[in-house]
Design a protein around this ligand. Structure first.
Ligand SMILES: *[C@@H]1O[C@H](CO)[C@@H](O)[C@H](O)[C@H]1NC(C)=O
Ligand SMILES: *[C@@H]1O[C@H](CO)[C@@H](O)[C@H](O)[C@H]1NC(C)=O
Length: 279
């Protein structure tokens, strides 16, 4: 067992994990589940504005229309330099439960109180919930397990598709991952679509927290361009129409400067997220 673990999770992997954990975590901010613990985000505010660009991922539904402008940030987590995606066979060899945290920290040589250790603890806690009847959420530790769980959750006979956010530039331009003013140039609602959003969680290998959106969410495919026209974003967006059960301290309400739980909250997806959709 020990040698197997060491074999798959190398020193380089852990280095990448460390760098990645220290960076801002957009996924965590998007997990809009009601049991989410309150976050004190006052340290992120500078002159009343948010200093962390990755918060510019939320928007209001009234702004979701052609020609409408908004600030947006699409993170640059270099997709090649992320902790690896394991095969199901590999992932199944590694325990993935809260109760094995000490064992896992020891095996990955991660101190319990380091940012990485805390992130692992949080990810395991987030993933080791008891499923509630009718609720669609799960954690996938490999692409195969994610696909199986997505089918189980959305329906075996559905035609599953994957959507991700893409940053596109014409050949002579380079991608610029900073905060930009964007304009919506395409907004298409995917009517009657079931959807699962899978957010990448901090862990020494790829772990996705997936959650489904039941009635009360609208799914869109949108396209945005920067003011200088050099960069285009194409990807999914979701609007949570009913936020009445959300934590009143959810970061989205603060970023959007709206009364908590008073109106829908929409968001884009970071580049490393996977969105499954099915008719
Ligand atoms: C949040 O943190 C700031 C300092 O970072 C503190 O002044 C403030 O009282 C805290 N608010 C809550 C609600 O804990
Ligand atoms: C976005 O546009 C506003 C208004 O035109 C401008 O003040 C701001 O500096 C722009 N921000 C960025 C990041 O380009």
């Amino acid at each position: 067992m020990a040698s197997t673990l060491r074999f798959y999770v190398t020193f380089l992997t852990l280095l990448l994990f460390s760098l990645w954990v220290v960076e801002a975590h957009t996924s965590r901010k998007l997990i809009s589940i009601k049991e989410q613990e309150g976050q004190n985000i006052s340290h992120l505010l500078k002159d009343g504005e948010f200093d962390d660009p990755s918060l510019y991922m939320f928007f209001r539904i009234k702004d979701l229309k052609l020609g409408s402008k908004l600030l947006g940030y699409f993170n640059k987590n270099d997709l090649e330099n992320l902790p690896p995606l394991l095969t199901r066979q590999e992932a199944d060899l590694i325990p993935f439960t809260n109760s094995k945290l000490d064992f896992l920290l020891d095996h990955f040589s991660i101190p319990k109180d380091s940012p990485q250790g805390k992130a692992m603890k949080e990810t395991l806690a987030r993933c080791n919930f008891k499923a509630i009847e009718g609720e669609r959420k799960f954690c996938g530790t490999s692409l195969e397990s994610m696909l199986d769980l997505a089918k189980k959750s959305i329906g075996y006979d559905s035609d599953l598709k994957v959507m991700t956010t893409k940053v596109m530039v014409s050949s002579q331009n380079t991608k610029s991952y900073t905060l930009h003013n964007y304009t919506f140039v395409e907004v298409k609602e995917l009517v009657g679509i079931k959807m699962l959003g899978c957010h990448r969680m901090p862990y020494p290998y790829a772990v996705y927290f997936c959650h489904g959106h039941k009635s009360g969410s609208k799914v869109f495919e949108v396209s945005l361009v920067t003011d200088d026209g050099r960069q285009r974003i194409v990807g999914p967006a979701v609007c949570h129409m009913d936020t009445s059960m959300w934590n009143a301290d959810h970061v989205a309400f603060k970023v959007l400067k709206i009364e908590p739980r008073s109106e829908p909250v929409c968001h884009f997806f970071p580049l490393d997220n996977i969105v499954w959709v099915a008719k």
